[in-house]
Structures are given as C-alpha cells and as structure tokens.
Design a binder for this molecule. Structure first.
Ligand code: VGL
Ligand code: ZN
Length: 218
C-alpha cells in the first residue's frame, strides 16, 4: 500500500518519435501506453499527482548526429559537459509531430508537464537534471513542495531517460518504483537495458507492475 497524497506517477517521454514509426522508435514503445493510462486515471481519481516529461529539443541540438560533421547516429563522442554522449537521429524537435505526446496517451489526469533538453548545447535524459548533472529541470523542487515521498515511474526509454530519471530520483531520497510492464528500452549499445536494470536494482529501485500497483491503490 502507498499513500496517494505523497506519491507521484511520473511518465517519461511517451512521444511519437520514441514510438513505432518515429525518428528514434523504441521497439513496442507504444506498449507502455495502456498500463500508464490505467494507472494515471486511477491516480487522478484518487486525488493523486501525475507528471509527464517531454524531450523538447531545438533544431540543431547537440545530441543530434546531424549537428556534428562526419558523425552518424549511434556514434559516441565526448562533449565539454558530457563524456560518452550517444549521437541520435534528429528527434523530438520542439513543436513537431514527433515531439508531441502519443495520441493514445491520456493527458487529462496530468497536472505537471516538464520539458527537458531544450537548450541547444545541453542534452537531458533525466527528468531531474540535465546531462551536465547539475542544471535542474525544476521537478525536484516542485515535488518536494508537493510533499512527494514516493515516485512511481514508467515510459521511454528504460536504458536512457527512465534510467537516468530513476537513478536521480533514488539519489535525491525518493522511494522509487519502476512499472516493469510500462517501460521499453532502446537496447543500444547492445546490453544497455540489462545493464541499466541491474544498476537500478543495485541502487535500491523497486520493480513492480501496473496490476499490482493498481491493486495496492484499492
Ligand atoms: C531519450 C535518447 C535521446 C529517451 C531521449 O527519452 O530515453 N533517449 N533522447
Ligand atoms: Zn533526446
């Protein structure tokens, strides 16, 4: 059982570009939507908070391979602020269809939207801090003011934005629960999902599933 008043449901990057047909499609990415919609509706009707994040890059963003001459998506480079930045295809360009939330994601229960990665020269995987690991998105301050103690998290992608968000969340002292049936991974470089899951478990992040969590709300 958890106290709905001190628990946040956090939905990471369920955007067209991370779903089938998108620029950086995650396999079965839209499979996260049904369990997240169920949880979000249950949360909101019990008076709980639901937040979503949105990857929101300007054209020419530093994480795009197209912004670095001679580089291709999948190449890994060191930047001033970030070692080992993976270069991606252009994705989630602010204002485009690819950056929009997937049509099937129900936003009615959502009371907070956090956009990240909106500075041209800085990427952001985590919902809490940009990839320089110190520029805050505002989510920590916001949810501390809301007296949140537990964060239940799902969305895309397991090995990038969900991973970085969950690790920061745990480090900041929140009980952190991943909805196992409501996450999907990129899987690049090979083994990245398994590595991310192992690291999350080692850090004390809990794995549950949507039916179990719904049962604990009743
Ligand atoms: C993500 C790669 C680049 C994610 C965002 O949402 O996991 N991955 N930008
Ligand atoms: Zn991105």
């Amino acid at each position: 059982m958890f106290n709905i008043q001190t628990t946040l449901l956090l939905i990471i990057d369920v955007q067209n570009d991370f779903c089938p047909g998108g620029a950086l499609a995650v396999q079965d990415g839209d499979g996260v939507i049904a369990p997240l919609n169920k949880l979000a509706a249950a949360f909101a009707s019990a008076g709980g908070r639901v937040a979503v994040t949105q990857d929101w890059h300007p054209a020419g963003h530093i994480s795009f391979a197209s912004s670095h001459s001679g580089k291709n998506p999948g190449d890994i480079i060191d930047l001033d602020t970030v070692q080992g930045q993976v270069l991606w295809p252009d994705h989630c360009v602010r204002g485009t269809k690819g950056a929009a939330f997937h049509d099937k994601l129900n936003l009615d229960p959502v009371s907070l939207i956090i956009r990240k990665g909106f500075r041209a020269g800085l990427d952001s995987y985590s919902a809490f801090f940009e990839n320089d690991r110190c520029t805050a998105t505002g989510l920590e301050g916001g949810i501390k003011q809301m007296n949140i103690q537990t964060v239940i998290m799902g969305g895309l992608a397991t090995d990038y934005c969900v991973f970085y968000s969950a690790m920061d969340c745990r480090r900041l002292g929140f009980n952190t629960i991943i909805v196992e049936d409501a996450v999907r991974g990129v899987g690049y470089p090979s083994g990245s999902v398994e590595k991310a899951v192992a690291q999350m478990r080692d850090s004390g992040i809990i794995f549950s599933d949507s039916e179990k969590l719904l049962g604990e709300m009743r």
